[in-house]
Design a protein around this ligand. Structure first.
Ligand code: TZP
Ligand code: ICP
Ligand code: MG
Length: 223
């Protein structure tokens, strides 16, 4: 089996929804189903922060969300936890700079699984690419309240800098992204946007996900 093609990876990154039980207004299952009906292109199960589930409850929620993604034909990514990803037969894993290196994940999961790595500068980006990452998560682009240990807010300049340094790897922006500020992230060179609260906390989850899709699609069109 070979690695995912980068153009296919770019398509998956367009509207990349991330969530865990602590982020949801409705139940996680209702939230994910509505986001999926709104056309999200990729999902990441990220059970983290105060009140996050652990043990059997974590596994059960993961199985429930994995089943929804299988049903809706949306690839299912697990944040941080390689063993949970294996237990849930996830399509991939996303790791930060303080998690297992992508090289180790690749050896454990094999070529056909998706590996994403958080990067904040060209050096971290280059290392992730050398380690076999399929995409980078770059941010926080704007202030966020969904990650209590987020690195410094960098604006869209961080994406611009990575692209100007010649990096062509599939890349998604993340951090405080809303319908109102998503387009600059695309204009700076991201292949898509990654969102927790703007979708999970939305009044109308399906319509909000759909609106992100329209913005990304329109933002991609040449002027
Ligand atoms: C996981 C993560 N990594 C950088 S910012 C962030 C949280 C993004 O959440 P939100 O979209 O609600 O700002
Ligand atoms: C920290 C993160 C950065 N980027 C992505 C896509 N997911 C994450 N969990
Ligand atoms: Mg992490």
């Amino acid at each position: 089996m070979k690695r995912i093609d980068s153009e296919d990876m770019r398509k998956l990154l367009k509207v990349y929804f991330i969530m865990g039980s602590v982020n949801c207004r409705l139940s996680p299952a209702e939230t994910l189903s509505a986001a999926a009906d709104g056309g999200i292109t990729l999902f990441q199960f990220r059970e983290k922060g105060p009140g996050a589930l652990t043990g059997a409850a974590l596994l059960e929620l993961g199985q429930q969300l994995r089943a929804i993604c299988r049903d809706k034909r949306i690839p299912f990514i697990v944040n941080d936890d390689l063993e949970l990803a294996v237990a849930l037969d996830a399509d991939g894993v996303h790791v930060g700079q303080d998690d297992l290196p992508a090289r180790t994940i690749r050896q454990r999961l094999g070529e056909h699984k998706i590996i994403g790595v958080s990067a904040h500068n060209p050096a971290e980006a280059q290392q992730a690419i050398a380690d076999g990452a399929d995409y980078l998560g770059v941010g926080p682009v704007y202030p966020t309240s969904s990650k209590d240990d987020a690195e410094a807010v960098q604006g869209t300049a961080v994406i611009d800098t990575l692209r100007r340094s010649g990096l062509n790897i599939p890349l998604v922006g993340i951090g405080g992204i809303t319908l109102g500020n998503a387009l600059p992230v695309i204009r700076a060179g991201a292949d898509g946007i990654s969102v927790i609260s703007a979708i999970a906390g939305a009044e109308d989850i399906r319509e909000t996900a759909r609106a992100f899709g329209r913005i990304i699609q329109s933002g991609m069109l040449p002027e």
